[in-house]
Design a binder for this molecule. Structure first.
Ligand SMILES: [Zn+2]
Length: 272
């Protein structure tokens, strides 16, 4: 499968400069084999969501070590939070039996995508951090895993409509400025009945995030969105995603949802 222009969603073609969109004329460079559909420096971005990510490149090397996820999960989610291995098992269970293509949204170094890749399931990872993507490509090469990485943001995915059989969004939904915009773009690239598997933060009973004032402070100062279930289910529904199956462990929320058939999405759009 080829990438598509994130602006006009038409397939792009390789040329000497990288990938070019024949429809709108935009060109996207390729660095170290990784197409860059974002094309901006995070530190200089006018978008606060991207600017908040400006240090993320430097974290690529520690991201899969005990210095990151185990600490973050326990601190924010509480002592009963799932471990990173638990979260990988949950995501793998959500996509078990799925064949075709899976999109790993905000994939980091492919922490989740690399673990579900198989000869029957091709993984495409996107992230805004070139440092994370390079690290992911290095891990994948070492492990003999095939995952294709591209630099892009969730709000403008470089894929045509309805091309993925599953989507992973693990550890990032709480970072997106507008959850509904992100979910709508994710749903756009999902085939009917495709599954979305997510882990994020929920307003639960563990860790720092059990305190309402702490949740408000993180939202205000760091753009961190801690979901309550009814609000999230409403956004999923508006995006055309149903069969919401949430689970809260401490303040760590894992859930799956499915894209409705085309007719169901049309009806939900007509009512909104
Ligand atoms: Zn285009």
């Amino acid at each position: 499968m080829d990438y598509a222009c994130p602006h006009c969603k038409r397939p792009v073609r390789a040329d000497a400069a990288g990938l070019r969109c024949p429809a709108c004329g935009k060109t996207y460079p390729i660095a170290d084999g990784i197409p860059d559909f974002l094309g901006e420096d995070l530190a200089r971005s006018a978008d606060p969501e991207l600017r908040r990510m400006r240090f993320i490149d430097r974290m690529a090397r520690i991201y899969e070590t005990p210095l990151w996820y185990p600490i973050v999960l326990k601190l924010f989610g509480g002592l009963r939070s799932p471990t990173p291995a638990d979260l990988i098992r949950i995501a793998a269970a959500d996509v078990r039996g799925v064949e075709g293509r899976v999109l790993d949204v905000a994939c980091g170094p492919g922490t989740f995508g690399r673990r579900v890749a198989s000869p029957l399931l091709a993984v495409f990872g996107i992230d805004v951090s070139m440092g994370m993507l390079r690290q992911g490509a290095a891990y994948a090469a070492q492990e003999g895993v095939s995952e294709r990485f591209a630099r892009a943001r969730v709000e403008a995915l470089p894929f045509e409509d309805a091309v993925f059989d599953a989507v992973l969004c693990c550890g990032s939904l709480h970072l997106f400025t507008d959850t509904l915009v992100a979910l709508r773009e994710i749903a756009r690239v999902m085939k009917p009945h495709a599954v979305l598997s997510t882990f994020t933060f929920g307003a639960g009973r563990g860790g720092l995030l059990r305190f309402r004032r702490m949740r408000e402070w993180y939202r205000r100062n760091h753009g961190l969105h801690v979901f309550d279930l009814s609000e999230l289910e409403a956004d999923l529904s508006l995006a055309g995603l149903s069969d919401f199956r949430p689970r809260l462990d401490g303040s760590i929320l894992t859930f799956s949802a499915r894209k409705g058939a085309a007719g169901e999405i049309y009806r939900s759009g007509a009512c909104s």
